[in-house]
Design a protein around this ligand. Sequence first.
Ligand code: PLP
Length: 485
Amino acid sequence: MRYLSTRGTVSQGSSPAFSDILLGGLAPDGGLYLPESYPRISAVELADWRELPYATLALRILQKFIDDIPACDLKSLTDRTYTARTYRHARPGCDASDITPLTTLEPGLHLLELSNGPTLAFKDMAMQLLGNLFEYVLAKRKETINILGATSGDTGSAAEYAMRGKQGVRVFMLSPHGLMSAFQRAQMYSLQEPNIFNIAIEGMFDDCQDIVKAVSNDADFKAQYKIGAVNSINWARVLAQIVYYFKGYFAATQGNDEQVSFAVPSGNFGNICAGHIARMMGLPIARLVLATNENDVLDEFFRTGVYRPRGTADTWVTSSPSMDISKASNFERFIFDLVGRDPAVVRELWAKVDAGGSFDLRGTPYMARLADFGFVSGKSAHADRLATIRDVWQKHRLMIDTHTADALKVGREHRAAGIPLIVLETAQPVKFAETIQEALGCDPARPKDFEGMEELPQRVEVMPADTRRVKDFIVAHCQAGQIGQ
Ligand SMILES: *Cc1c(COP(=O)(O)O)cnc(C)c1O
């Protein structure tokens, strides 16, 4: 499998291997990596895959994209990652060994539980695999890596739980100071492993993301300090997320002539990007329903053709905070496909975005093509979230989190007769207990592993939104000693 950059320059020279991309993050030209083409899944394969357990399904799909890790090693990695023990926080009555159990709300309307992993959010689905992939590839190469990431909550904890104690890996995780829930803060900042560093930035998520980009764009620093990424621009994360679209499809259908739609609560466009790729591979997906919260930059694009990233000052702090994003870092991957994979067009569009501007596809041939990709969209605000959480509780005695509520609200607006809708459940309600309390007047149950977590001592460094300061911190802690000792 050859990989290229959405901005075009790496395809000319030598094409990087999967393992290089895994460790590298952004392409050198500032673009995002994608496979040269998407493998098409034959009807025979789709039929063979229907009954596979999650780990084996993951292996089959990953093998289509990874040719520099021997199959037996990849099998041991997927077997070790997707275990009922790791994804043990399933709803009562659901089978944890399904990894992503399907819960039916009513005929044709389902929840796919992606939040049963160690940090109770869907990012564990990919991140746990990344932790094992990193350790494997680094050990083989006798290398180390310093992972630099930005998080609005769930990415950071998922990354840290996946990388804690892993040989050869340090994690430097930036989060917006004071903007995460108490639960999210405790999850990250209470980790005591010496290879985990939490940095709270006085700013918004986008300030954190900008610092990560600035450090990664400094080629000398990046090379000297072996900076890698695990935020959702990392291709391996998108790749790992493709698997549960297949798993969800099989769980909600009887045969492969049926179609389904997915409703996806979206922020950085990583989750739904995996759905887009599953659809391009031939999975029978009718619609990809993109849901945003009040930060509706993606909904605006799919309704109008105008992509207008907001400034930090125009980004709302909402009760579905993992979607409080003004620029969607994976969106470039979809636009690359939309414009017929022409990197010159992507470069032109992102020259505007990177300069703080917007782009407008109205009146271009790309607008007509947009419909072929199956996307529809909508937004959900705080009052919708509360109403949806209440409705599901009253009708089904199920508690859903705020992000899942956004997806369900928008998904219902786009239901089509005869086509099952699978709503991706991306977090457990306990992570956003304040809003659950507001909606239902009671607290969500807390899994035993998480009892008393907020009282544990926390390790975090507060810093202004200043790239220099973050670099100095990394340098100081790289000199402080070898990792893995
Ligand atoms: C990250 C996250 C999202 C948004 O996913 P993207 O891949 O950024 O679009 C939605 N819900 C939850 C709970 C998340 O953690």
